[in-house]
Design a protein around this ligand. Structure first.
Ligand SMILES: C[S@@+](CC[C@H](N)C(=O)[O-])C[C@H]1O[C@@H](n2cnc3c(N)ncnc32)[C@H](O)[C@@H]1O
Length: 269
């Protein structure tokens, strides 16, 4: 906890694999030597932090999920004067730019704010820059089209010496911030939270804490999108949510006022 990061409740198998990778990459034979170096050398810790966390991501990941957002969530968001969207565990930003494109096409860009957070400052810096290797564009174009995009994918970036620079206007309503889902508390009141492929690395207790944080951060009847391998089943905090689409892991916060008044509707114990 010296540096404010707490990995004790990350799923053990995944953490063990990460540690093995770090030891190999930095030529440590004894885990105690690695630990000593981490404690003594903050710069080294910052260097290896990205290796502790998996930052794999893509534009319009699970395109069908974005179709679903368009169909079921966007029409509700359109009824609000302003919408806050929290992308928790945003990695290098592909998901955030995908969301910004969706909002723009739905005419919501000027009345929404996307809060993009991650524990890892290195990926956040990349996300803020909005410059991606040109190789990712093929996949961006494919997923964008499958996700129901209504323009040409090339409307959103300029190719530039092996990189694709996403249009700066997409960034106008983005706010990037370091936030640790394990140790930090309430971040913002949101109408939609996306936290996809992040909790998969947490153990059950930690997942429960994070779900509680999301429940209290969501506005009345707010939406929560999880990754395709993540579920609310068997979580005590799961009772706060009802599924809108079980397969694509899209949930809506229940009317908790109603649940308090009528506990037989399935309120928390
Ligand atoms: C596999 S990526 C998922 C990226 C994106 N949400 C997606 O679905 O494509 C997981 C991200 O979660 C972040 N992460 C891991 N633990 C975290 C924590 N405790 N708080 C906030 N972010 C965390 C990692 O730094 C990484 O960028």
């Amino acid at each position: 906890m010296k540096y404010g990061f707490d990995f004790r409740q990350y799923a053990e198998a995944s953490l063990a694999r990460r540690l093995d990778d770090i030891m190999t990459k930095h030529h440590f034979e004894d885990p105690m030597d690695l630990l000593k170096r981490i404690v003594q050398d903050r710069e080294f810790f910052r260097e290896i932090l990205p290796l502790f966390t998996i930052s794999t991501t893509e534009f319009f990941r699970d395109p069908e999920f974005f179709r679903l957002l368009r169909k079921k969530v966007i029409p509700v968001l359109k009824t609000y004067p302003h919408t806050n969207i929290w992308v928790a565990g945003c990695s290098t930003g592909e998901e955030v730019y995908s969301m910004a494109i969706l909002l723009k096409e739905e005419g919501l860009d000027e009345r929404s704010t996307i809060y993009a957070t991650d524990i890892n400052p290195i990926v956040l810096k990349k996300a803020k820059e909005g410059i991606f290797p040109v190789e990712t564009i093929k996949q961006f174009s494919k997923n964008y089209t499958e996700a129901g995009g209504t323009h040409s994918p090339s409307d959103y970036y300029t190719a530039d010496y092996g990189f694709a620079r996403f249009n700066p206007d997409l960034r106008e309503n983005m706010v990037f911030s370091e936030h640790n889902l394990v140790t930090d508390s309430f971040f913002t009141e949101a109408h939609l939270i996306l936290c996809r492929n992040v909790m998969i690395y947490f153990n059950r207790d930690l997942q429960d804490n994070v779900l509680r944080l999301f429940s209290s951060s969501l506005a009345h009847r707010g939406f929560l999108g999880l990754g395709s391998k993540e579920s609310l089943k068997f979580h005590s905090a799961g009772v706060d949510f009802e599924p809108l689409d079980e397969h694509w892991r899209l949930f809506q916060k229940k009317n908790l006022q109603l649940m308090k008044a009528h506990p037989h509707h399935g309120g928390r114990a």
